[in-house]
Design a binder for this molecule. Structure first.
Ligand code: 5AD
Ligand code: SF4
Length: 488
């Protein structure tokens, strides 16, 4: 008698940036293409994959903490496999196995496609497998995908970074910038739109230098304009631009392309010219403020967000005061604030005058207060105004008690929308207009509910995904598909 084995289940745990979130969708897609199924919530998966980040030290600590917790679980679950990929794996290679020998597979940022084979090999040989490649040979976009949201997708336009910011480990881990050809990018976007996607986010470590590799300095603005010609594509976002390479053709393309959203995430890192120079960020505070001024002149409703590092080596109180000044002047809708974290191997790690922890903490708290105060004041200008919301999956669940659903305004602000008893419920991917009734520092509330609800193809795609999930034998939803051929 033959027995049919249950398919093995998997779980992917992601740390870090959007690039990693996107890579995790590839990892999930690869595993599904290899016959694995996603483990239901609360059920121990047969394969646990950590997609790691190395940008700050606390990510390292969290990873080893989690691996430690899994050790007894593994002893109790024979057959459980653990894989570690992403930037930390790339950085630490053998250290992962030295610290956590119960890990089965270690794979790098350039070879996520090898994961299913490595898992299989680890199982059949009963030995841990490490495979780290130094350079990218194939764009990850050629790999299968399992998208988290039916209505939204990430599209990478480049990987790697040619900058040498002295605090940053990324160039050492993701390598030099490789740009994907515009035709390939647009073909992928078209395919996503055909599957019901309403919103795409173009991803690159440094999107403004897109095209330098193939000799077109205006390639990014042309790409934005080409996105504007794709029928059915409602919203286009991108992350992240570098202030040094930010050119006015990008501002013009943003302003003149209706589906490119009025939101801009542009990392400041520091407001002090001295610190920017030590960071090897080749712009100065005035240039940063100049870009903001031109963006606001061309796109008055743009929400601008940023990243800031506090306590870079040698940062004085006067330098920090410059950061506060630029933050005041920039009126950020939100800012991701980080305490400087030493990354061994980067130039800043060995710089003199590392700032003592208490000083960093104290400055950090002042910065967070200022950022929150400005974000709240900016948000309050929305009270009484009507904004268009694209409902999102996931973000609203926590608010079940108040029956609110969440979504994003065009400028990417988070909006919680009350759904009146008996009213039609928007699905993730649907659009509506809502009046803002209350502003908090990090979100807006719309308590009168949605008006002018538009049921969209994105909402239909979400409904199809739900139906497929409830019916395991049904054909795969469009959000799971094989990769695209590309020239890279
Ligand atoms: N320490 C603190 N923050 C860092 N970032 C990058 N490297 C470091 C570091 N060594 C921050 C930057 C970057 C964001 C993704 O992480 O602000 O924009
Ligand atoms: Fe790191 Fe600077 Fe490149 Fe961003 S631009 S990835 S901070 S080196």
């Amino acid at each position: 008698m033959t027995t049919i084995a249950e398919p093995r289940s998997y779980q992917v745990i992601t740390y870090g940036c959007q690039m990693n979130v996107h890579d995790s969708e590839r990892i999930a897609g690869l595993l599904e293409a290899a016959g694995y199924v996603r483990a239901p919530e609360g059920v121990q998966a047969d394969v646990v994959v950590f997609n790691t980040c190395a940008v700050r030290e606390n990510a390292d600590n969290r990873l080893y903490g989690n691996l430690g917790h899994l050790r007894p679980v593994k002893l109790a679950h024979p057959g459980l496999q653990i894989a570690v990929g992403g930037c930390m794996a790339q950085k630490d290679k053998d250290i992962v196995l030295a610290r956590a020998p119960w890990v089965d597979v270690v794979f790098g940022t350039h070879n996520i496609g090898s994961l299913p084979v490595l898992l299989e090999r680890a199982r059949s040989l009963a030995a841990s497998q490490i495979e780290i490649e130094e350079a990218l040979t194939r764009f990850p976009s050629t790999l299968p995908t399992r998208r988290e949201a039916a209505h939204a997708g990430w599209v990478s336009i480049s990987v790697g970074c040619n900058n040498t910011c002295t605090y940053c480990i990324v160039p050492a881990l993701r390598g030099r910038e490789v740009d994907r050809r515009p035709g390939d990018v647009l073909a992928e976007i078209q395919l996503l739109v055909d599957e019901g996607v309403q919103e795409v986010t173009l991803l690159g470590q440094n999107v403004n230098t897109y095209g330098v590799e193939f000799g077109d300095r205006e390639a990014f603005s042309k790409l934005l304009r080409a996105c504007g010609r794709i029928d059915g594509l409602e919203r286009v976002r991108f992350t992240s631009p570098h202030p040094a390479a930010f050119t006015d053709d990008v501002i013009a393309a943003m302003a003149e392309t209706p589906n490119v959203m009025p939101s801009l995430h542009m990392p400041l890192q520091s407001g002090s010219d001295r610190v920017l120079s030590a960071m090897r960020r080749s712009y100065r505070a005035d240039r940063f403020l100049g870009i903001i001024e031109r963006v606001r002149a061309a796109i008055p409703d743009a929400a601008i967000t940023t990243d800031i590092i506090v306590g870079f080596p040698g940062e004085t109180e006067a330098d920090f005061a410059e950061t506060l000044r630029v933050v005041e002047a920039s009126r950020f809708a939100a800012a991701f604030t980080f305490q400087y974290s030493i990354r061994p191997g980067t130039p800043a790690a060995t710089m003199p005058d590392q700032v003592p922890k208490q000083v960093v903490q104290e400055r950090y708290e002042r910065l967070v207060d200022l950022v929150g105060e400005i974000a709240w004041a900016e948000n309050r200008t929305f009270e009484g105004r009507t904004v268009e919301v694209l409902f999102a999956a996931g973000e609203g669940r926590k608010d079940a008690a108040t029956n609110r659903l969440s979504g994003r305004a065009r400028d990417n602000r988070l909006v919680h929308v009350a759904i009146p008893e008996g009213a039609e419920r928007p699905r993730p991917g649907d659009l509506a207009d809502v009046e803002i009734t209350y502003a908090a520092p990090h979100h807006l509330n719309a308590d009168a509910g949605p008006t002018n609800l538009r049921r969209t193809r994105g909402g239909d795609a979400w409904a199809a995904q739900q139906a497929a999930a409830a019916e395991p034998d049904a054909p795969r939803p469009a959000a799971v598909r094989l990769g695209l051929p590309t020239r890279t």
